[in-house]
Design a protein around this ligand. Structure first.
Ligand code: C2O
Length: 561
């Protein structure tokens, strides 16, 4: 199967015309990999397989029944894009973010890197850089409305991949969702990659890189000035106007301003330490849980996604229930600050990999590596890209301005170092409480199957608190915090070892109930609290937003090597 593409010789054509050219010639594209696609389509049809087994299972039960049949998520078929439905009411959504229709695509080959693109920290960007970025965004907004590189079309790319508008190839009953799972980092890396190349092409600058909003560094913890200037094309009126400079970005934001404003910066730094170090020792905890064909959406978000990332989205978006633009997935891409925000998320991925030393930096599971997505590139060609190509930003041709990583040393300290807090607390044990609705603070005792572990044991196995069956509606902003052996009961003090972390979720336009999970690393935390030898830990779950709508299925301690 020879891979060929009719040669693309229109680099001198004005961009607006190129899209019309691309549309006319769409049938000329030939996938390099068609056979392979067909094979995997034919491989099996899950539901037929089930009928063959005489089972009465729904496809949603499949992952647990037939784990061996998992396959990578395949690039969606654009003809199978639907406006999306509120799955609870069956009503169609009032937004349509399906991309310009095209059936044919080419497999994307990473172009050789001739010149690196440079992504500056937004707060350090020069006047010249800002002028270029503004110009590029202006040109993007001026492209014809149906050009896939047009500003709104690009915003809709995000909407389409997060709003359950695409069917999963191979399982029509399930949809594609690239959030709250292990595709969060790679999918957004590709999204920014093409966005950046489109902007660079529009201003004819092959070294153009997106700015990153350095919100993990006190020097970058306000909305960068270039985005806050109401005369700039980078401005978006649909934001929380109380959060324009000099308001300090709150990485624990949950719809309400911080109770202890003087603590925002120390909170932010210890939160970053937890997300990037303490709870991010295992690939699954940093990247998010496995999601492949046949999986229900939202198997579980990684530390950064559910923490600082979600907080910054809702901190920027309007202070309304639905939070447009940034505070809601379907509209987030309509704010240029989205790209500054995600350029930092993308940078944190690289930082995390660098901090890993010799430890594995990415999955080797082919269900991750071979996952594919479709994007329109800077020449308006529909291209199919692989997750396996995202692991190294240098190979992708861009690098970040070097900045300090201040949170590395912000290990939270224990407020109270005391053993046996759990056993004298009088809290009920976990097996008597779940499932439980989080319309109130819930305290429970969780047994530790192993205690007094040696240094060696701890090196070999991480003790993790697994919170499972977190049942939420995807259309609601929700957040709860988790504390361990905490006696002071001020849920708004977060820079202490007793604070273990959070679950939070940004709303989508679609509404459907999902069951998700998180895991929190305990090794370091138990040492800090001096309760290594305790048989139980006292876990406090504090609803912060939308608690009436959260049910928790269960909590247990597990050991993972
Ligand atoms: Cu795709 Cu920050 O969201």
């Amino acid at each position: 199967m020879a891979a060929f593409l009719v040669s693309w010789s229109i680099t001198t054509t004005p961009l607006a015309k190129q899209w019309h050219f691309a549309k006319r010639n769409a049938r000329l594209y030939v996938s390099c990999d068609k056979n392979q696609t067909e094979i995997s389509h034919e491989n099996f049809d899950r539901r037929n397989l089930l009928l063959g087994m005489g089972g009465l299972y729904s496809s949603s039960n499949l992952p647990s029944i037939l784990p061996a049949f998992a396959t990578p998520i395949e690039a969606p078929d654009f003809t199978k894009c639907s406006r999306g439905t509120n799955l609870n009411t069956g009503q169609p959504l009032d937004v349509n973010c399906c991309p310009p229709l095209s059936r044919e695509f080419i497999d994307y080959k990473l172009p050789p890197v001739k010149k690196m693109r440079f992504r500056p920290a937004a707060h350090l960007a020069t006047k010249e850089y800002i002028a270029k970025f503004e110009k590029a965004v202006e040109l993007m907004k001026a492209l014809p409305a149906d050009d896939p590189r047009n500003f709104m079309q690009q915003a809709n790319v995000h909407c389409a991949y997060c709003n359950l508008t695409y069917e999963q190839v191979g399982d029509k009953d399930l949809r594609i969702q690239i959030h709250n799972c292990w595709h969060f980092f790679p999918w957004h890396r590709w999204y920014l990659y093409f966005y950046e190349r489109i902007l660079g092409k529009l201003i004819d600058d092959p070294t153009f890189g997106l700015p990153f909003w350095n919100w993990d560094n006190p020097e970058g913890m306000v909305m960068p000035a270039m985005f806050a200037n109401s005369n700039s094309p980078l401005y978006d009126a649909r934001r929380n106007l109380n959060h324009l400079p000099p308001a300090i970005a709150d990485l624990a934001y949950s719809g309400k301003d911080a109770k202890h404003p003087s603590k925002i910066i120390p909170h932010n730094l210890t939160l970053m330490y937890r997300e990037m170090i303490r709870h991010a020792r295992h690939l699954e905890d940093f990247y998010g849980a496995k999601y492949s064909t046949g999986s229900q959406p939202n198997p579980g978000p990684g530390t950064v996604e559910r923490g600082s990332h979600t907080a910054m989205h809702s901190w920027v978006g309007e202070a309304t229930r639905t939070g447009e633009d940034m505070g809601n997935f379907y509209s987030a891409g309509r704010d240029t600050l989205f790209f500054g925000h995600h350029a930092n998320v993308d940078r944190l991925w690289t930082v995390w990999q660098d901090l890993r030393g010799s430890k594995a930096k990415h999955f080797t599971d082919t269900d991750w590596l071979d996952t594919t997505f479709l994007f329109y590139d800077e020449n308006a060609r529909l291209v199919r890209v692989k997750v396996g190509d995202t692991m190294d930003n240098i190979r992708l041709g861009y690098d970040f301005q070097k900045v300090d990583i201040p949170w590395q040393k912000n290990k939270p300290k224990a407020h109270v170092k005391k053993s046996k807090i759990a056993s004298t607390s009088g809290a009920p044990s976990a097996d008597r409480v779940f499932p439980v609705k989080l319309d109130k603070v819930v305290k429970i005792l969780v047994p530790r199957p192993k205690k007094s572990r040696s240094k060696k044991d701890k090196e070999n196995e991480e003790e993790l608190l697994a919170i499972e069956g977190i049942d939420v509606d995807t259309a609601t902003f929700v957040k709860f915090d988790v504390f361990i052996n905490d006696e002071d009961d001020d849920p708004y003090v977060l820079d202490k070892a007793e604070y273990a972390g959070c679950f939070s979720q940004l709303p989508h336009k679609n509404s459907s109930r999902v069951k998700t999970k998180i895991r929190l690393g305990l090794n370091e935390l138990l040492e800090d609290l001096d309760c290594e030898d305790d048989e139980y830990i006292l876990v406090t779950l504090v609803p912060i937003a939308g608690g009436e709508d959260i049910t928790i299925g269960g909590i247990k301690i597990i050991y993972v090597s």
